[in-house]
Design a protein around this ligand. Structure first.
Ligand code: GLN
Length: 280
């Protein structure tokens, strides 16, 4: 089959099956599975595809039709301009989470130490380390699978970081101090998980989504323990759900944080809460 015909077939099939992003899904599959990017699609549309390549692409389309997220099919997601490998062991990095990283970058820091709780693919920690001069850091996660992905990303991107298996703060050395603590913990209320789209609830790791009955379990632990690991003047940044700004802010104030702020994402929804450890 000709390249343009096969591409058309992909877009049509996905459209007919109700996929909202039929074109972008098809593009990503062609690009990552067969190395055929937007330019090649236009310039080489009349080219006949080798049967092996056509088969691989069709297998990818079949996976997408089961609602497997396109990133688990291609194995990659771009985040902060960097390509992160993903597997079913990690949450797919979200554009909303870039808001958190950008807030850290806005501080204009250099030479800081960063701790990432629930690091997953490592996308938050590694992008901060990439863009903050002289920074170093530690990422922790309870999942061996996630730590494997985070380490692979650190190596592939050439960004040095330490990864530790730890249930929240449990295995972080007691004498370690950080200037920045970041986390995008699981924050979805348990009763909401069943209502999420198939891509999320059937494919992304439940461990990375479920924030317990009220969605706040991990924020409580972080508010309680992060001060022990923060230098004076150090700042905590948490990603939150759109309706958790008030509750998470209250948790931070109660734990002794100052200057607590709720920051919106590009859609205008509350997305990040930050707080500082001060002298008074
Ligand atoms: N820190 C990772 C991310 O933002 C994983 C978050 C999670 O597993 N809840 O993508």
């Amino acid at each position: 089959m000709k390249l343009s015909e096969l591409y058309g077939l992909f877009v049509d099939t996905l459209n007919k099956s109700g996929f909202a992003e039929a074109e972008s899904d098809s593009r990503l599959i062609f690009e990552y599975i067969a190395g055929i990017d937007r330019v090649k699609l236009t310039l080489e549309g009349d080219r006949e595809l080798e049967p092996g390549v056509e088969e691989k692409l069709k297998a990818a389309l079949d996976m997408r039709l089961t609602h497997m997220p396109v990133q688990y099919i291609t194995g990659y997601q771009n985040f902060m301009g960097l390509e992160f490998m993903v597997s079913k062991d990690v949450l797919i990095p979200r554009m909303d989470t870039e808001t958190l990283v950008e807030e850290v970058l806005r501080l204009g820091l250099s030479n800081v130490r960063v701790l990432d709780i629930c690091t997953g693919s490592g996308c938050i920690l590694l992008s901060i380390l990439k863009y903050v001069y002289g920074s170093s850091g530690v990422g922790v996660d309870i999942s061996d699978g996630a730590l494997g992905v985070a380490k692979a990303n650190s190596e592939a991107l050439g960004i040095d970081a330490t990864f530790i298996k730890s249930d929240m703060f449990e295995n972080i050395p007691k004498d370690e101090r950080f200037d920045i603590v970041v986390s995008n913990p699981p924050y979805i209320r348990s009763d909401v998980i069943g209502t999420l789209m198939s891509e999320v609830k059937d494919y992304e790791p439940l461990l990375a989504l479920d924030g317990s009955e009220d969605g706040l379990k991990f924020y409580r632990i972080i508010a309680d323990r992060a001060p022990e690991y923060l230098n004076i003047g150090g700042v905590l940044f948490l990603e939150i759900g759109y309706d958790q700004g008030a509750e998470v802010s209250a948790l931070l104030y109660a734990a002794g944080f100052m200057d607590v702020e709720v920051i919106k994402d590009l859609s205008g929804l509350d997305r990040v809460v930050s707080g500082r450890i001060g002298l008074i």
